[in-house]
Design a protein around this ligand. Structure first.
Ligand SMILES: NC(=O)c1ccc[n+]([C@@H]2O[C@H](COP(=O)([O-])OP(=O)(O)OC[C@H]3O[C@@H](n4cnc5c(N)ncnc54)[C@H](OP(=O)(O)O)[C@@H]3O)[C@@H](O)[C@H]2O)c1
Length: 257
């Protein structure tokens, strides 16, 4: 699907991968709708300078159902064509040591709000006969590392949700892209060591966020169903998928309680 001239909504657009996607879409001359928790107005000018046709900021805390509902209500007259569900939270460590409140918020942001926003914006896309839903999952959806139990569960659910939806949407003009996101150098990436490091020797490969956003743009234009990372990370994914006992042995070797 073309990004040029499209009305694109991006969650978690104020930093990290979301901001890199916003910049990529701005260079493609899209009309941007950025969802964030706090109004960062300086971004409007920056993205307009990069080429965005328009930039609008929408405020919502995606861990709160009422705020997601309110956002959808405000968007009811805006025909979003590309929805990029990117916002996310990281949880990690031994399950019994993960704060319960963090687990609830994480599932709410990573999974429940993503389903809620998709369900809310889909009818309009189907009516238009055109649309793209991009969901940011993770290599953790397939590579099940210790210390990632709750986070990986949210990302595996995002992958399953997107795959089911893809079949439902056949013939509607609306399609999905699920991002099997590898390590990307952002604040979340830097937090992995803090959350997992005590018990797990974390693989440390990563890619630059702007470079990744460029690849996401190509996947949107090519109507790919999944973005797969390639390289060594893809080899790890293939081992997890086809040789699960070998993957489990290697992950276990890096773990200490
Ligand atoms: N970085 C990686 O290595 C990696 C790997 C695989 C998948 N991913 C996925 O990629 C996505 C983006 O991650 P990132 O690396 O860019 O992380 P990041 O730099 O930590 O950015 C996370 C974004 O999500 C937003 N967010 C968090 N909680 C929110 C809430 N309650 N309401 C609204 N927005 C909220 C943050 O907004 P605030 O600034 O307000 O907190 C921020 O914009 C996530 O879904 C993540 O799981 C990342």
């Amino acid at each position: 699907m073309e990004i040029r001239n499209a009305e694109v909504l991006i969650t978690g657009a104020n930093r990290g991968i979301g901001l890199a996607i916003a910049k990529m879409c701005a260079r493609e001359k899209a009309k941007l709708h950025l969802v964030m928790r706090n109004e960062e107005t300086a971004l409007i000018h920056e993205l307009e300078l990069l080429g965005a046709q328009s930039v609008k900021i929408w405020i919502a805390d995606l861990s709160r159902k009422d705020q997601v509902e309110n956002l959808l209500h405000q968007l009811s007259h805006t025909p979003i064509e590309i929805l990029i569900n990117n916002a996310g939270l990281l949880t990690g460590g031994l399950l019994e040591e993960q704060p319960l409140e963090d687990i609830y918020s994480m599932f709410q942001v990573n999974l429940v709000s993503l389903v809620h926003l998709t369900r809310g914006l889909l009818p309009q896309m189907i009516k238009q006969g055109k649309g793209k839903i991009v969901n940011n999952s993770s290599v953790s959806a397939i590579m099940h590392f210790p210390c990632a139990s709750t986070y990986a569960a949210s990302k595996a659910a995002v992958l399953a949700f997107t795959n089911c939806l893809n079949i439902e949407l056949k013939g509607t003009g609306v399609s999905t892209l699920c991002l099997i996101t590898p390590g990307i150098k952002t604040r979340m990436f830097d937090d992995i060591e803090n959350k997992y490091g005590k018990n797990f020797e974390v693989p440390s490969d990563y890619m630059d966020a702007d470079q990744y956003a460029q690849l996401i743009g190509e996947s949107i234009k090519k109507d790919d169903e999944h973005f797969r990372p390639g390289g060594m990370t893809q080899i790890g994914i293939n081992i997890a998928h086809y040789l699960p006992q070998l993957f489990k042995w290697e992950a276990g070797r890096r773990f200490r309680r």
